[in-house]
Design a protein around this ligand. Structure first.
Ligand code: AMP
Length: 366
């Protein structure tokens, strides 16, 4: 596996009981997946380290969309890389990503590429205000973004981000944020060829970082679920995808607009460990190894709260019925995802009650 962070760790935690053996490559000797399986320390684009990682592997996958595509392609000399690294090319460039959505008939916020200062005013005219200026590459969790609420903000936005390829997006006054997680198995496997989607999830962000996911999304209708499945299916087809794919969405005017895709297991799918018939982690492994996929149906009603910067009091969390604490064993740092808690319940009301109690515990330690 290219990358050995918490997603790699949770993939290993899902795969070890299935008898799957793992090896990880990560630039950090502290990478948290390294407590579970051998860790090769090196750059994710370092071909010698990638040879060491992938030699003898059955399959290579990745747990971070920032993996250099040339690194993923170097691994392909040893074993099939799934999902196909083409998904990395699209996910790593916000412009290519938006153009791909648009080409597939998937709704997006208005956007214009901006490379020069002189292009920015015209771009503002096209997408309108308020808008968000973003770096095309390298941005995540709200990094590499600058709001332009009114004309005087244009200079500050350029000063903050100018000099690299950018994209200006109109700010969507969305009703809420949702995500869809889909999984597709290996072509040729009659059991696994179909696409399976988890119920759409509602996501709340703060400072660009996911705080809470609620699953299934409150008020999820069959029509909205079908819209999400249709978006995911078009992307899976386009990318000839194998594995779990996540798409972040805005619900606006009763429609779904795609914001970005993640060609990997996703933070908004962590609830599936306790809250779905088969977790996103196990289903990703099943998919890339050509096994039959597991059911993506929810077991009751779930919510997930991220632990960011500090971990909550573990016993306080465990005192909440239906709560499950996951500690990624990472060194605390401001803004860093250190763990998460999932609550499950039999009814939406019971879930909301438990979520309320849990949020108070997690927030009290922030
Ligand atoms: P991103 O890095 O693109 O996922 O952006 C992080 C968060 O910023 C999103 O989850 C939204 O809350 C917000 N955001 C990003 N782009 C837009 C947009 N075009 N309109 C409204 N909100 C946005």
């Amino acid at each position: 596996m290219l990358g050995g962070g918490q997603l790699g760790r949770m993939l290993a935690l899902a795969g070890l009981p299935l008898g799957i053996e793992f090896r990880f490559l990560d630039p950090s000797p502290e990478a948290t997946a390294g407590t579970l399986a051998p860790l090769v320390v090196g750059d994710l684009g370092d071909v010698a380290r990638i040879d060491e990682l992938a030699n003898g592997a059955t399959v290579v996958t990745y747990e971070w969309e920032g993996v250099p595509a040339n690194g993923a392609r170097a691994a392909a000399r040893h074993a099939p890389v799934r999902p196909d690294p083409r998904a990395l090319d699209v996910a790593q460039d916000r412009l290519m990503e938006k153009e791909t959505f648009q080409r597939l008939g998937i709704g997006v916020a208005p956007f214009v590429a901006v490379d020069e200062r002189a292009e920015l005013e015209r771009a503002v005219d096209v997408v309108g205000l308020p808008a968000i200026l973003k770096t095309r590459r390298g941005g995540y969790d709200g990094k590499g973004q600058h709001a332009i609420n009114a004309a005087p903000d244009i200079d500050a936005a350029w000063d903050a981000l100018g000099g690299v390829p950018l994209i200006l997006e109109g700010r969507v006054p969305f009703a809420r944020e949702l995500s869809v997680l889909a999984v597709r198995g290996l072509d040729g496997d009659p059991y696994a060829r179909e696409t399976r989607c988890y119920p759409l999830v509602q996501n709340e962000h703060a400072n660009g970082i996911l705080r809470v996911s609620t699953a299934p999304a409150p008020g999820l209708t069959p029509e909205l679920q079908a819209d999400g499945v249709a978006i995911a299916t078009r992307l899976l087809d386009e990318l000839e995808y194998v594995g779990v794919l996540a798409i972040e969405l805005f619900e606006h005017d009763g429609r779904l607009l795609a914001n970005e895709l993640a060609p990997r297991v996703h933070n908004s799918g962590h609830w599936t460990i306790e809250g779905a018939q088969t977790s996103q982690f196990e289903n990703h492994l099943r998919a890339i190894l050509g096994m039959p996929l597991g059911s993506t149906e929810a077991r009751g009603y779930s919510a997930m709260v991220n632990c960011i910067g500090t971990m909550p009091d573990a016993d306080a969390v465990r005192s909440v019925d239906g709560a499950f604490l996951h500690d990624y064993l990472k060194t605390p740092r401001a803004g860093r995802k250190l763990g998460h808690v999932t609550v499950v319940a039999d009814t939406p009301d019971a879930r909301d009650e438990r979520l309320y109690a849990l949020k108070a515990i997690v927030d009290s330690t922030r």
